[in-house]
Design a binder for this molecule. Structure first.
Ligand code: 5GP
Ligand code: MN
Length: 338
């Protein structure tokens, strides 16, 4: 965000406003962390702030400070729509195209509020009056930190804000190991720890609260893992039946795709998860190096994301989706073997 825009946003935030913060469907750690981090910051500036998510999010994120104020659009559409209609300002965090807000898309489109985007995904759409979009930054949480810094208010960051921001930086960087993790990322989390954030407790809250069923489901997923060595590709499938057997709960498959990528000589990994009631197969793609899963997901599976992490979907059956995937792959043989 350039200085001119920052000055305008500063002016907008100089008097109490009705503010709504929204994030993307199937919110992850970065979506919830950035939204709640910004929420705690804005209430310190005396704004009236609501946080609305398009749908529910995993239990391993339901400990964050302020999480009880989050409204789930699916549970109370009219209440959420009134907040959006009455808002002066809407922050859209961790997404850059309104369709990513699921069913909230149309009321967000209709809203007259001034929209401010803070996001790190590729190819942003042009719906916001103010855009802070930077694909080089690890996470939206890190961007919220920089945003607060640009507003000259870094002294307002406290343990609550810091805890929320740390969580999203940690989850989006795979605990500081993805290449999006820079020295600046480490400086930001160092500052957050100095503000009182308990980094070790956050890791335990997010990663050490597995259920027995979740681990059994992981076992099943690893059993289903297939490797195509000549294309340096690995993929996993999980059918609705398998999910049911292990009493699948939202978030149980988070991170499973990374096991494919952990194989030596694999640069491209995918997981295909059948959601029968919605009639879709949800897909996560991950890569190491230059192979752009954002392009792959956009071109073939109505999705998108980042160079090394993207998602998509298919309305075909699970088996047909995998067949489609396998049939496309040889076109990328050169790129995968670079
Ligand atoms: P995941 O595979 O963990 O669901 O998502 C990986 C990344 O891709 C995340 O940054 C997520 O926001 C993005 N992403 C996931 N699904 C979609 C999608 O359907 N469309 C777009 N544009 N991005 C997605
Ligand atoms: Mn993110």
């Amino acid at each position: 965000m350039d200085k001119k825009d920052i000055d305008k946003v500063k002016l907008l935030l100089s008097l109490p406003k009705k503010i709504v913060i929204v994030s993307h469907k199937n919110p992850d750690g970065d979506a919830i962390g950035s939204s709640l981090g910004l929420y705690h910051f804005l209430i310190k500036l005396n704004h009236d702030v609501s946080v609305i998510m398009p749908n529910d999010y995993p239990d391993f994120l339901k400990w964050m400070p302020g999480q009880d104020i989050i409204k789930n659009y699916e549970n109370n559409k009219s209440l959420a729509e009134v907040s959006i209609e009455e808002a002066d300002l809407i922050f859209t965090l961790d997404f850059n195209s309104l369709e990513r807000a699921g069913e909230m898309e149309s009321c967000l489109k209709q809203s007259k509020a001034t929209k401010i985007m803070i996001d790190h995904h590729q190819q942003p759409s042009d719906y916001a009056a103010y855009m802070y979009s930077d694909v080089s930054i690890s996470s939206t949480c890190q961007m919220v930190y920089h945003f607060i810094h640009m507003l000259g208010k870094v002294q307002l960051i406290d343990k609550h804000i810091g805890t929320c921001l740390y969580t999203g930086i940690m989850t989006d960087t795979g605990s500081f190991r993805f290449s999006s993790t820079t020295s600046t990322t480490h400086k930001v989390v160092a500052n957050l720890i100095e503000k009182g954030v308990d980094n070790s407790e956050i890791h335990r809250n997010v990663y050490d609260t597995n259920s027995f069923n979740r681990l059994q489901l992981l076992g099943k997923a690893l059993n289903n893992l297939k490797v195509i060595p000549e294309l340096k590709t690995a993929y996993i499938t999980l059918s609705q039946k398998e999910l049911n057997k292990f009493k699948f709960r939202k978030g149980d498959t988070e991170g499973v795709v990374n096991y494919g990528l952990s194989l030596k000589n694999v640069v491209f990994a995918a997981i295909f998860i059948e959601h029968k009631h919605e009639g879709v197969v949800k897909i996560s793609f991950r890569s190491n190096g230059d192979f752009s899963v954002n392009e792959f997901a956009r071109t073939h599976f109505s999705g998108g994301g980042h160079t090394n992490a993207a998602g998509g979907r298919s309305n075909l059956s699970l088996q047909q989706t995998v067949e489609k995937f396998i049939s496309i792959l040889p076109d990328y043989k050169k790129d995968l073997n670079k």
